[in-house]
Design a protein around this ligand. Structure first.
Ligand code: F6P
Length: 363
């Protein structure tokens, strides 16, 4: 299907929300309508909208472009990180493959292609699903974790990063006033991009990331050395999945048998007090990193991604993800994205920068 034969496309957001999703939706709508004269249908709550009957969607028109949408956090379409249609949890506790119903929902809307703004987990599901249904499909990467392969930036990362830096900016004066060690726990799942970048930008003394398992000794030594040099306060930033060399990441129990990362900051603070006698306080930044007004950079890449995704569908492409590489928007095959992740490469520049600045990385 090429630009001339496409009449209607669908757009959805999938997985955890972040700032900049609405800027991407706006770009898709604006370019698809103004340049190609397509109709754009926004599907609600990821694939859940296609499962509901009647199908749950709204037509996205140019009326959307005049308002506040570029500045809005969250997603006007709603999203979910639950309910994989290949293994859908039914009310009676059983699991069912409901992909045929999702594909049926897509066909009921008369769509000629689908753009999904999601992360690697969503793309894995959507690739299988769109292959099964013969659906032209383009992905736009988003996640505050910035761990989608093949792209230097995913939508949402720099907003989360700026929030973490602001938190360090606010923690530093109170740490200095009270001679305390402030521990800031940030998100990022198994990748330390938020902690590493924010730690450098926010002047942290210790940065702990999942890619470099830590020991308490160098952390305590760093804090004691600062005290020795005349500074009795310190800033520590840790990724939620940071873990000791001889242990596991700290997890919290959720729901029935489930767990999620969280709590490492509190554990670290206790260990720091034990090893150094320092008074510690812990801040867990949590979902503050996901909401809020998108940064300029998130709005810029979201806009560029949305436009390129529409052009790709118009050219007849499918199974591709738009990506940011060397100050350009490019596109890459989904096969190089799904079932992979992009943790910090410990030989990369910023790890070296941190070491050269004498920031303790816990190793
Ligand atoms: O993947 C984005 C992310 O914010 C992670 O950094 C975090 O671990 C997780 O999602 C939180 O998920 P939830 O919104 O389900 O608590």
């Amino acid at each position: 299907m090429t630009g001339q034969s496409i009449k209607t496309i669908g757009v959805l957001t999938s997985g955890g929300d972040c700032a900049g999703l609405n800027a991407a939706i706006r770009a898709v709508v604006s370019h698809a309508i103004q340049h190609y004269d397509w109709k754009v249908l926004g599907i609600h709550d990821s694939t859940h909208g296609l499962l509901r009957r009647p199908v749950d969607y709204e037509e996205l028109t140019m009326g959307l472009i005049t308002g506040n949408i570029l500045r809005l956090g969250g997603t006007i379409l709603g999203t979910t990180s639950r309910g994989n249609p290949f293994n859908y949890p039914m009310p009676d506790g059983s699991r069912r493959n409901r992909t045929d119903e999702v594909i049926e929902g897509y066909k009921m809307l008369g769509l000629d292609g689908l753009i999904a703004i999601g992360g690697d987990g969503s793309f894995e599901i959507l690739c299988r699903l769109t292959d099964q249904g013969g659906i032209p499909f383009i992905g736009i990467p988003k996640t505050i974790d910035n761990d989608v392969p093949m792209t230097e930036f995913s939508i949402g990362f720099t907003t989360a990063l700026n929030t973490a830096v602001e938190a360090l900016d606010r923690l530093q004066p109170t740490a200095a006033s009270h001679d305390r060690v402030m521990v800031l726990e940030v998100m990022g799942r198994d990748a330390g991009h938020i902690a590493l970048n924010a730690g450098i930008a926010g002047g942290a003394d210790v940065i702990l990331i999942p890619e470099i398992p830590f020991r308490m000794e160098p952390i305590a030594n760093k804090i004691l050395a600062l005290r020795e040099a005349g500074r009795a306060h310190a800033l520590v930033i840790c990724s939620e999945a940071a873990r000791p060399v001889d242990g596991e990441a700290v997890r919290q129990r959720v729901g029935e048998g489930g767990t999620r990362y969280g709590g490492v900051g509190q554990v670290l603070a206790g260990e720091i007090t034990k090893a150094t006698g320092a008074e510690t306080r812990v801040t867990v930044l949590g979902h503050i990193q996901r909401g809020g007004v998108p940064s300029a950079q998130d709005r810029i890449i979201a806009s560029a991604f949305g436009v390129h995704a529409v052009d790709l569908l118009a050219s007849g492409a499918t199974g591709r993800m738009v990506a940011w590489q060397r100050r350009q928007v490019v596109d890459v095959p989904m096969s190089e994205v799904v079932a992979r992740t992009r943790p910090i490469d410990i030989s990369e520049t910023l790890v070296q920068t941190a070491r050269s600045l004498d920031i303790c990385l816990g190793d």
